[in-house]
Ligand binder design. Structure first.
Ligand code: GCO
Ligand code: MG
Length: 408
């Protein structure tokens, strides 16, 4: 298309499908036949994002120039009056990513080129070793090492607890939204804190120092408990300890920092830069996990990454299976460009999901690499998607031994 020409948005549609789990995908079409897609999946709240898009945002999108990504972002953020919630920011992210996809296709470039070009050959990812006990988790870590992973997150069943976060029957795809109504788990911080150092001791004992090891506490500790865990894990040199505490109170990370040099990562549930501003500017964390789909898209994540860069904080995007291949594809482009890249989470999607979302990123030797197709390189096979209708599914909830509601 000629410079200065407009690229009018003529249609936008939220496509819901469930090839093994639910995904919401926004497709934007323009008058010149160019289309782009963005992920709008918010685990367990999918329909709320669909409604936000269909009932509120899409009507304002029709007729606009798809090239004005920044202005449209500001229109939906500043113009909305009600800002920053996860549902709204996920809907906004879907629009933003679909528009970046269109812009890159219009330019005939892979997205990473449009962002500023390649900063690295490949994107280091971490995989998910998990097992019912230490022996099984150690074996699983070995499988990931054999597949070429340089970095491995380890989660294990805890003696005395019937279930815990991060341990699944199916080893390559951990799917937490496991039922039509929330299942209930029981939790004991005391049992967990005694156990975790034993797990990492066994992993270092077995595999030595060559690989990066990570762990997710999934928001279950108080700051002083997190400080104790971080300190007890120091001999095992973790790449990061993730979501040690819920981060509504950003200053609570100060206390953890005062006690341990275990690197800290947080942010997968954040929706905006304001959720992590203090964490970053006070250098209370080492990795920011806020990701494209839940944090307002590429336009907003760019701001977070630039702020983080000033304070030696690196990116470590969330990448569980409930983030669709569209988010993963966009993330790999972002990661290929962003100067302060740290690591990318990579939980493999099921073959059914991969078939619905053909993509050109590839894993080899511990890295994900983008292809060079114009755009973010991920498409949706709408016909196939139509064969997998939405199925209500929830994340579990968590209670303490005495029945008190707790964080999952
Ligand atoms: C991670 C996350 C996920 C979340 C899931 C919720 O580190 O990958 O903690 O496992 O629990 O994305 O929808
Ligand atoms: Mg996590």
């Amino acid at each position: 298309m000629a410079a200065g020409e407009t690229l009018k948005i003529v249609a936008a549609e939220a496509i819901v499908c469930s090839p093994g789990r639910n995904f919401v995908t926004l497709k934007i079409s323009t008058d010149q036949g160019l289309t782009g897609i963005g992920d709008a999946t918010l685990n367990g709240r999918e329909k709320a994002v669909v409604s936000c898009l269909e009932d509120h945002l899409i009507p304002c999108l029709i007729g606009r120039d798809a090239q004005q990504i920044e202005d449209l972002w500001q229109y939906f953020y500043r113009g909305a009056y009600w800002r920053r919630g996860s549902i709204g920011m996920t809907a906004l992210a879907a629009i933003d990513v679909a528009l970046w996809d269109i812009k890159a296709k219009a330019a005939g470039m892979p997205l990473y080129q449009l962002l500023g070009g390649r900063s690295r050959d490949g994107v280091m990812v971490y995989g998910h070793a998990n097992g019912a006990d230490i022996a099984e988790t150690v074996d699983e870590a070995g499988r990931y090492i054999d597949m070429g992973y340089k970095a491995i997150r380890a989660q294990s069943g805890v003696p005395g607890l019937d279930s815990t976060y991060g341990v699944s029957g199916d080893k390559l795809f951990y799917e937490p939204a496991d039922a039509g109504l929330p299942t209930e788990n029981r939790w004991s911080t005391e049992k967990y804190l005694v156990f975790v150092p034993q797990l990492f001791d066994a992993l270092r004992e077995q595999y030595g120092d060559e690989h990066h090891l990570l762990h997710d506490a999934h928001h279950r500790l108080t700051p002083i408990e997190a400080a104790r865990l971080g300190k007890s894990l120091e001999p095992f040199r973790l790449f990061w300890l993730e979501d040690a505490v819920t981060a509504e109170l950003q200053e609570s990370f100060r206390l953890i920092r005062q006690h341990t040099v275990t690197p800290l990562a947080v942010g997968e549930v954040f929706a905006s830069i304001h959720d992590c501003q203090q964490l970053i500017t006070e250098q209370l964390i080492d990795y920011i996990r806020t990701t494209i789909v839940h944090g307002g898209g590429i336009s907003h994540l760019r701001r977070i990454a630039h702020l983080a860069e000033l304070y030696h904080v690196r990116t470590g995007f969330h990448g569980a299976t409930d983030l669709s291949p569209v988010t993963l594809g966009a993330a790999v482009h972002f990661d290929t460009w962003v100067p302060n890249f740290g690591i990318q989470e990579y939980m493999r999607h099921t073959p059914e999901t991969d078939e619905v979302f053909p993509h050109d990123y590839e894993f080899s030797d511990g890295y994900l690499r983008t292809g060079d197709k114009p755009g973010h390189g991920v498409e949706i096979d709408e016909k196939l998607a139509g064969k997998y209708p939405y199925k209500r599914a929830y994340l579990p909830v968590n209670r303490l031994a005495d029945g008190t509601m707790f964080n999952w």
